[in-house]
Write a protein that binds this ligand. Structure first.
Ligand code: SF4
Ligand code: SF4
Ligand code: SF4
Length: 184
């Protein structure tokens, strides 16, 4: 059986900027409330078009689970590692808080966790996925902006969306090969 290659596909045209995904992530992963710690966030992009026909993209983002991950390369202790499915994770016990990974990440996806006394970031909710559940942000989104699944399964929703629709990725010039895809 082929190994899974997990990814998230976003249809940002549907995004309401309600931030339910951000809140769900905080609760699910015990991320502190009231400071600047976020595993995922929503960026309000600049207005486009000409008055009175204007549009604005709300763009959710988080760790891109890069296939060519700069954070993994610079980590001196092996605390940052990739699973067989290509999910980039952190072994908190091995993290010495040198912050090299934070400097190397082009997406500003990492932060210092007071809870873990280590660096943390999005894990694709692997604790839920291993039980056959979706990541909390995917399950919570009221309009299904986010789809999570296996790129190696041609029948998965993520594979079908990427076959049917054009998409873009963030900072392709960094050659990180992200596992997050944004439909056009
Ligand atoms: S987005 Fe940043 S933290 Fe996530 S895998 Fe890529 S370089 Fe590492
Ligand atoms: S802060 Fe932790 S995870 Fe990041 S590079 Fe240093 S040891 Fe690795
Ligand atoms: S929950 Fe869905 S609609 Fe709301 S901000 Fe997040 S991605 Fe957008």
């Amino acid at each position: 059986m082929k190994r899974k290659r997990y990814a998230i596909v976003f249809d940002t045209k549907k995004c309401l900027n309600c931030k339910a995904c951000t809140v769900a992530c905080k609760f699910e992963n015990y991320v502190p409330v009231g400071d600047d710690s976020y595993r995922l966030w929503v960026t309000e992009m600049p207005l486009e078009g000409r008055f009175p026909v204007l549009r604005q993209e709300f763009r959710p983002s988080q760790c891109q689970h890069c296939e060519n991950a700069p954070c993994e390369k610079v980590c001196p202790t092996g605390a940052t590692f990739r699973t067989a499915e290509g999910v980039v994770l952190i072994d908190y016990d091995k993290c010495i808080l040198c912050k090299a990974c934070m400097a190397a990440c082009p997406y500003d996806a990492r932060f210092v966790s007071k809870k873990h006394d280590a660096v943390e970031k999005c894990t694709f909710c692997m604790h839920r996925v291993s039980e056959g559940r979706e990541p909390a942000c995917v399950e919570t989104c009221p309009v299904r902006v986010r789809e999570f699944g296996d790129l190696n399964d041609p029948d998965s929703t993520v594979s079908r969306l990427l076959n049917q629709r054009a998409y873009y990725q963030l900072k392709p010039e960094k050659n990180t090969r992200p596992r997050l895809f944004y439909l056009k």
